[in-house]
Design a protein around this ligand. Structure first.
Ligand SMILES: Nc1ncnc2c1ncn2[C@@H]1O[C@H](COP(=O)(O)OP(=O)(O)O)[C@@H](O)[C@H]1O
Ligand SMILES: [Mg+2]
Length: 234
């Protein structure tokens, strides 16, 4: 891949002519993603909106190497995910991508700090440096008093803020967020948006956020609508 004057010209994440079909119950093909192109630059924040069932989660799973396209390609930091085996895809997901889902998916037996440092431990970081980095991120999301709380001892907004800290602990290229505030009331939703956008900005992480929330969308640099299996400018 070409480099211009030492600058890396890989996008943080890129989809080219992406397609994903599912086999319907009657055996017919359901074409959900139909030749979609997307390029998100390092540090850029993009919001994706679209009707329920339009394929937003399907797209995020493809961009995050949680699923494989029927056709077309996905590159993360220039790496074509088609070239990765399952182990390589797992390493890419853990090391270069942060995920924030509607439900936090924190591990219930582990504390906030343990959950936050987990991706760093999986990567093989030294536990002391993983803990220090997790502590700094929990501080940045405003959870200094909650390091040793388990998920059941945290509010919904606090759980999502831990999920944001965890998503950033390995200094990913991109954070993929699927309706991260969909399960929260307005005040908590605002808290989570704040940490997501401000930390994305501070750490120069690209952000792709699927949302029904206009306020969330308005904080992104670009808003795209998924319709008919492709993205259009809004
Ligand atoms: N694993 C699957 N098998 C079959 N159909 C699926 C599967 N996952 C999603 N779909 C269908 O694909 C469409 C898009 O789903 P999804 O990506 O979840 O939409 P959104 O997140 O925009 O609501 C829906 O019609 C859904 O029923
Ligand atoms: Mg969805």
């Amino acid at each position: 891949m070409a480099e211009v004057a030492g600058r890396n010209c890989h996008a943080a994440v890129e989809a080219l002519a992406l397609e994903r079909s599912y086999r319907g119950v009657a055996g017919q093909d359901l074409h959900i993603i139909r030749g979609l192109d997307l390029r998100v630059e390092d540090g850029e924040a993009v919001a994706i909106i679209g009707a329920s069932g339009s394929g937003k989660s399907t797209l995020l799973h493809l961009l995050g190497a949680l699923d494989r396209p029927t056709a077309g390609s996905v590159r993360v930091g220039g790496t074509d995910i088609a070239e990765l085996d399952e182990q390589g895809a797992a390493a890419l997901r853990n090391d270069r991508i942060g995920f924030v889902f509607q439900f936090h998916h924190l591990l219930s037996d582990f504390t906030a700090i343990e959950n936050t440092m987990m991706p760093a431990l999986i990567r093989g970081d030294d536990p002391a440096s993983a803990r220090a980095r997790a502590a700094e991120l929990l501080h940045q999301v405003g959870l200094d008093e909650r390091f040793d709380h388990k998920p059941s001892e945290l509010s919904g907004g606090e759980q999502q803020r831990v999920a944001v800290a965890r998503a950033l602990v390995n200094r990913p290229l991109v954070v993929l967020a699927d309706e991260p505030t969909g399960n929260l009331d307005a005040t908590l939703s605002e808290e989570v948006q704040d940490v997501l956008f401000s930390l994305g900005d501070r750490h120069r992480v690209a952000l792709v956020v699927v949302t029904h929330n206009h306020e969330v969308a308005s904080r992104a640099e670009r808003v795209l609508r998924l319709m008919g299996g492709v993205l259009e400018d809004v």
